[in-house]
Ligand binder design. Sequence first.
Ligand SMILES: [Zn+2]
Length: 74
Amino acid sequence: MMNDPEMPEDDRVHYAGEEIVEPVQRWTEAEKLALLDWHPMFTGRCPNCEVTIPFGERSLWKCDHCGWKDASDC
Ligand SMILES: [Zn+2]
């Protein structure tokens, strides 16, 4: 999945606006932005050792290299 460099910001702001009116809000805006920065779902890399994590099992993110895994599963 490639990010289109021409329209990342607008899409993000619009999405955040829709999130605010949702009664169940899991992430604050800051948390979402932070998540985009480090989560392997978005970066494709382990946040701990930065080895590439392939897209495999859905909603189960773990690193075979250092043993890191995503504990924020719902
Ligand atoms: Zn790792």
